[in-house]
Ligand binder design. Structure first.
Ligand code: ADP
Length: 610
């Protein structure tokens, strides 16, 4: 056996193997495309078988058999064209012309004999032209497809070019000069071998190659997938998954999610309106109920209920795969295309892979949501506990003083009814009771603030005058409260609350500063805002505590309960008052140097009394 014979045998083995593979597939999944593939390679296998038998017997085959062989050979590119027509529309005139050409060829083969030069020329040119046409159709379809399907189409396109050229060369060889024949024969054999390998990769690729071809698309999909669970809403995730699945498969993709409350699958239309589907209905419902992929190459026949929609959207194939995480049935992924995919198996595999990925992403999302709910619950519980312990602790101190002092006064009065009143004791009871009332007031205000109803009726208030009045009544250290205001600054405010705001800020300035240090208050108007600042030269606030100083129960790390009483509600209430008025509050502070609290309140009509 020489090298050419070896190439020829290898080529024939490859073609026969492809035939066995596609025939088995056609038996398992008898789609039109699968049947056409089996027909194509069946015809090739038949030609190979006949030529092998003839070689074995050692006689020239009878003329009718040779004619049959040539006729079948001529039919090959026509079958290929049918295959092209299975997944993309071949123009009717092309189909008719190829049928006519085939019929004319067969008639010529039988009438004039297959080995007559013009007939042979006609056959090989017909073969070549149609193969090139199919190769172009495959390559164009490949451009529109993704992943495995794309690579397989490219391989088939290459195979068709090679077999077409091989036949052309084989047909022309007998007409060539005797010296050139050997070279042409070798070239022809090599082209056939190339076509065999390309067809093998296209029509029966081994699983390892399929996985490798699938990888780039999956990789792109997975690269996006990692960030998906953190998208703001589940609908955002669904949209991204649909887009990813559509890109990876080259089809239209929809995802339906199972709704526990309605026991239905929910799909989102392009305008975000929803469509609920019962399990068991349509392909999606069936795939969900059966928990396995469902594939239809004739959706109008297989699901008459959806026929109108398939017709209007021009859907010719549907694939639905369940999205399931372990035991949890999460939803369905459906892919729809205008034409049945040529390689249904690859597409089902890919759809199942994508559905599995979608399940992982949706599960992660559910876990994130669950964790957020748990955190929110824990936070609420923590706040309630903080509130109770802070309230109990802060109310207890003045209450203990009041009770102890009152008991002492009672004992004293019982023992000696005529003794002069213990003024200092009574004053302590009054002071601590007031503090108690203040704390209870703060707690109530904090609750009102939560409900957004801290600020009541508004009236014109001159902030400059108000600041002066409060300073004048600053019993703690009246002389050291200084107001700087050159003109009245009037806005519509809840007078009582703004008073409370000023008092809180001044009290804090006093509380967190050494005795007898001045507190400077400035009131002015800037643009269309009333501006107030309260400045002290006290202990200041550490930079790390500044961001949360206006939060509920928040106290800076440089204050302790023994030296500075407080619950951490004052600034929280101040911020509530300011923000309910539509304003802003902030602080500048440096430890050991002092703090300046700034307030900006809107002046609705820009009025400024001069
Ligand atoms: P309280 O004074 O009852 O602790 P506040 O809400 O009024 O609660 O203040 C919160 C915290 O802000 C205080 O505990 C203190 O650490 C800090 N703070 C507020 N005002 C001043 C100030 N003028 N100087 C220094 N620290 C201040």
């Amino acid at each position: 056996m020489n090298a050419l014979d070896l190439i020829s045998v290898v080529t024939q083995i490859i073609y026969v193997l492809i035939f066995i593979s596609v025939a088995l597939r056609a038996a398992r999944q008898p789609t039109t495309a699968h049947t056409d593939m089996a027909l194509f390679f069946g015809a090739v296998a038949f030609i190979i078988l006949v030529s092998r038998l003839a070689a074995l017997v050692g006689t020239t085959p009878p003329a009718w058999l040779t004619a049959l062989e040539i006729a079948i050979l001529m039919a090959l590119p026509y079958i290929l064209l049918r295959l092209v027509d299975d997944f993309t529309n071949v123009r009717t005139w092309v189909k008719r012309a190829s049928e006519l050409g085939l019929a004319a060829g067969i008639v010529a083969i039988y009438a004039a004999g297959p080995t007559v030069t013009p007939v042979l020329l006609y056959v090989v040119v017909y073969f070549f032209v149609l193969s090139v046409f199919c190769a172009i159709a495959f390559i164009r379809a490949a451009r529109r497809s993704r992943g495995v399907t794309r690579r397989r189409m490219e391989a088939i396109s290459l195979g068709s070019i090679l077999i077409g050229t091989g036949i052309l060369i084989a047909g022309l060889t007998p007409m060539a000069r005797p010296d050139d024949r050997a070279v042409l024969q070798a070239l022809g054999q090599l082209l056939f071998l190339g076509s065999g390998v390309a067809y093998y990769l296209g029509f029966a690729p081994p699983p390892i190659l399929r996985r490798a071809w699938q990888e780039p698309e999956l990789r792109t999909f997975l690269a996006r997938a990692a960030s998906l669970p953190r998208l703001p809403t589940t609908l955002h995730i669904v949209r991204e998954l649909e887009q990813g699945a559509a890109n990876s498969t080259g089809t239209a993709a929809r995802i339906g999610l199972w709704q526990d409350d309605t026991s239905k699958l929910r799909f989102w239309e392009d305008d975000d309106s929803t469509l609920d589907l019962e399990p068991g209905k349509h392909f999606a419902g069936r795939a969900f109920e059966l928990q396995r992929p469902i594939f239809s190459t004739n959706p109008i026949r297989d699901n008459p209920d959806g026929a109108a929609s398939y017709r209007s959207r021009g859907v010719g194939a549907v694939l639905a795969a369940p999205i399931t995480a372990g035991e949890r049935r999460l939803g369905v992924l459906t892919l729809s295309a205008q034409r049945p995919p040529i390689f249904a198996g690859s597409d089902i595999e890919l759809a199942s892979l994508l559905a599995d990925q979608a399940a992982v992403i949706l599960e992660s999302r559910a876990l994130i949501d669950h964790a957020a709910r748990v955190r929110a619950r824990e936070e609420a519980t923590r706040l309630k506990e903080d509130f109770l312990s802070a309230a109990a602790h802060d109310l207890k101190t003045p209450l203990t003083t009041v009770v102890a002092q009152a008991e002492f006064l009672e004992r004293r009065a019982t023992r000696d009814p005529n003794a002069p009143a213990d003024l200092a004791g009574i004053q302590r009871v009054v002071r601590e009771s007031k503090r108690l009332a203040g704390l209870v007031g703060d707690l109530l205000d904090a609750t009102r603030l939560e409900q957004g109803r801290l600020v009541g009726e508004r009236e014109p208030v001159d902030l400059a005058t108000l600041a002066q009045e409060i300073c004048a009544h600053d019993t703690a250290d009246p002389g050291n409260c200084q107001v700087e205001a050159t003109a009245p600054v009037v806005g519509e405010y809840d007078r009582r609350r703004v008073e409370q705001l000023f008092q809180n800020l001044i009290e804090n300035a006093r509380k967190y500063s050494p005795e007898r240090t001045p507190i400077r208050i400035k009131v002015w108007q800037q643009d269309r805002e009333a501006r107030v600042s309260v400045e002290d030269s006290g202990i200041g606030i550490p930079a790390a505590d500044l961001p949360r100083i206006f939060e509920r129960f928040s106290r800076a790390s440089n204050v302790d309960d023994r030296r500075f009483h407080g619950m951490g509600l004052g600034l929280f209430i101040c911020r509530g008052i300011v923000e309910e008025h539509g304003g802003r509050i902030w602080v500048e502070s440096e430890v050991g140097k002092g703090s300046t609290f700034h307030v900006a309140l809107p002046i609705a009509d820009g009025r400024r009394l001069n």
